[in-house]
Design a protein around this ligand. Structure first.
Ligand code: PLP
Length: 395
């Protein structure tokens, strides 16, 4: 083992519960640690490495752009930025976009946009209804919007203006709506909350309620967007269109970039309202443009759907064969295998030893989010490692 963990404990603030592995190299779905051990990566940077590791086409684009123009300020026009904006708008239900650097920042921007919209259009309405177990980021506004108290409470007075209701409970959402409400902020599938798929018709009913009340629907597609759930945007499967949508994670395939998209009526920012030094710089947007071309036209989204179904078939057979398996949930390549007992940590630890990287999203649920380019053979191999691990841990 290298001295990296020791150096980390001395020099890096202790804010992550890290797996006991230092990853140094990757190729496609595979990664290698500093001892040369190979793993199948079914975490992919938490749903980020859309095209897998060290994708040659993406590496070429990044390197070419780095040799051409890495960064210019947003006080100038930029070719990759407008090309990416055009691609996202032409392939979504939204009309305009601006770029940021992360999911939290995208949601910050969406919250500001919705509040300005409320001030302009709904007598100063500023409250946002979000959901328990939702996750929108770690900045002060996005933790205030995150329905998990432990992310918010250590940090003193919270930004006011957020109300929480249970995910899936339409009546609670209706009851929480008042004249101060400007928007609903929700994930189409809760990712960090445990890969929670809402009841059929839930998002459609929220859309209808927002229309009736004259409030905005903000979909946080930071985790679900960009092909992850087997369609380009998760909202397509729910049969709704948001007024505002946020993206990050898979958008840049590992290069930090996020986006806020809005319908024209919700795109109320004017020059000076918001900004970002790095947001949408040429390097990030050239990378995202390449990634999204592959996701949209390169068969990546179809692979996400087909490999997701393949994974779900393995899960169904585990459910039949292991009493410890309670079920599975998810869409595309965002899935969770659920156990009756809190064994997720042990399953993930043993899988790591066996060369498969997974994530314990809940004490009783293991999350799977491999690159969207994962192959049929890799899904089968991961399932066979997992099967042995489940047998070992739960008998
Ligand atoms: N929104 C959702 C749905 C997420 O899953 C995450 C991260 O997990 C975020 C926002 C925050 O993104 P970031 O970590 O890039 O700030």
């Amino acid at each position: 083992m290298s001295d990296v963990p020791e150096l980390e404990s001395r020099y890096h603030m202790q804010m992550f519960r890290r797996m006991p592995v230092t990853l140094v190299r990757g190729e496609g779905t595979r990664v290698w640690d500093d001892t040369g051990k190979e793993y199948l990566d079914f975490v992919a940077g938490i749903a980020v490495d859309t095209l897998g590791h060290a994708h040659p086409g993406l590496a070429d684009v990044i390197s070419k752009q780095a040799r051409t123009l890495i960064h210019v300020s947003n006080i100038f026009y930029s070719e990759p930025q407008v090309e990416l904006a055009k691609l996202l708008v032409e392939n979504s239900a939204l009309d305009q976009v601006f770029f940021v650097n992360s999911g939290a920042e995208a949601n910050e921007g969406a919250i500001k946009l919705a509040r300005k919209w409320g001030i302009n259009n709904r007598n100063g309405a500023y409250e946002i209804i979000a959901t328990n177990n939702g996750f929108h980021g770690r900045t002060l506004a996005t933790v205030a919007a995150t329905g998990t108290a432990r992310y918010r409470e250590p940090f003193g007075p919270q930004l006011p203006g957020f109300t929480f209701v249970d995910y899936g409970d339409l009546e609670a959402l209706k009851a929480a709506t008042n004249e101060r409400t400007c928007a609903v902020l929700i994930e189409p599938v809760q990712g960090e909350g445990g890969v929670n798929v809402p009841p059929d018709g839930y998002l459609k009913a929220i859309r209808q309620w927002c229309d009736e009340q004259g409030i905005l629907l903000i979909l946080d597609e930071v985790q679900t967007g960009c092909g992850r759930t087997g369609t380009l945007w998760a909202y397509e499967q729910a049969g709704v269109e948001p007024d505002i949508m946020t993206l990050a994670k898979g958008l840049g395939g590992g290069v930090p970039v996020g986006a806020v998209l809005a319908k024209n009526h919700a795109a109320v920012f004017e020059p000076g309202d918001h900004g970002s030094t790095f947001g949408g710089n040429p390097l990030a947007t050239a990378a995202a443009l390449y990634v999204m071309q592959q996701v949209i036209d390169g068969g990546v989204t179809k692979n996400s759907q087909e490999r997701g179904e393949q994974l779900a078939r393995h899960f169904a057979s585990f459910e039949d064969r292991f009493e410890s398996v309670a079920g599975h949930r998810g869409q595309g390549l965002l899935r969770a295998l659920v156990f009756h007992e809190d064994v997720a940590g042990e399953i993930v630890g043993k899988a790591l030893q066996a060369g498969l990287i997974l994530n314990a999203v809940r004490p009783n649920a293991v999350r799977f989010m491999p690159p969207l380019t994962v192959t049929q053979e890799e899904i089968d191999r991961a399932a066979s490692i997992l099967e042995a691990v489940i047998a070992d841990v739960t008998g």
